[in-house]
Design a protein around this ligand. Structure first.
Ligand code: ATP
Length: 221
């Protein structure tokens, strides 16, 4: 179980940020009594595609949308560290930087279970899991069974998994990993981009404060 942590880190492309991201962050802050959740938008990948569902908005736009979307929540903040660093964004670098800044205090990295199962292919997964606690949130349509079944294979032996399969302890570092059941909002950025490309409404899928800016950017049409 995750205890005593104060800061959450929520990485993502946020292309664009939507209600699913915001609600997930809010529920993790609540569940773990965190003081803050820091959104960390990734830099643009080197080969970005333009137009339609696959297009990626410029990093400065994605960052501005995150900033505007979270501005009324005192527990939310944004950090442009990955965008400022440029190049490919690696979570291991971001977490190393944060842990230096916070004199070793371990943050809680917040991640949806769809992204979590892919973590075996991230850079230095065996290091990442020693740098932070992990709050793994449920996300439809994926259903989360026991962590024993879906902890990335390359790190599975590094963990001691609780009998109920809902939490685990990183043996070497003592970091915790916990599954957090959140309200199911089947919203994705790719679905929003598809709707925009087709000229359909995206109202209520993302905050009203950024809807016009996202629509008028023309990035996804
Ligand atoms: P795309 O559809 O382009 O893949 P996305 O909607 O999955 O984008 P990302 O920016 O890739 O958004 O996701 C960042 C993080 O937010 C990931 O950990 C992902 O699992 C989580 N997340 C995104 N949407 C939801 C949602 N609706 N509910 C819970 N978690 C979510």
């Amino acid at each position: 179980m995750i205890r005593g942590a104060r800061t959450g880190v929520f990485g993502g492309t946020f292309n664009p940020i939507h209600a699913g991201h915001l609600r997930a962050a809010e529920e993790v802050v609540d569940a773990l009594a965190l003081e803050r959740m820091i959104f960390v938008p990734s830099a643009n990948p080197p080969h970005k595609s333009v137009g339609g569902e696959d297009s990626i908005a410029p990093a400065k736009d994605r960052l501005e949308w995150v900033r505007a979307a979270i501005s009324d929540n005192p527990r939310f903040a944004v950090d442009a560290v990955e965008i400022e660093r440029g190049g490919a964004s690696y979570t291991v670098d971001t977490l190393r930087g944060l842990s230096e800044q916070n004199r070793g205090e371990r943050p809680v990295f917040c991640i949806g279970c769809d992204a979590f199962v892919e973590m075996g292919s991230w850079r230095e997964p065996e290091v990442i899991f020693g740098l932070a606690h992990f709050a793994v949130t449920t996300r439809p349509p994926v259903t989360c069974g026991s962590l024993a079944d879906w902890l990335p294979k390359v790190v599975r032996d590094d963990f001691e998994i609780a009998d109920d399969g809902r939490s685990a302890r990183h043996k070497a570092s003592g970091c915790s990993l916990e599954v957090i059941e959140i309200s199911a909002l089947d919203i994705s950025a790719s679905d929003i981009r598809r709707r925009l490309q087709e000229g359909r409404s995206v109202r209520y899928l993302l905050p009203e404060s950024i809807r016009k800016s996202v629509e008028q950017s023309g990035v996804y049409v």
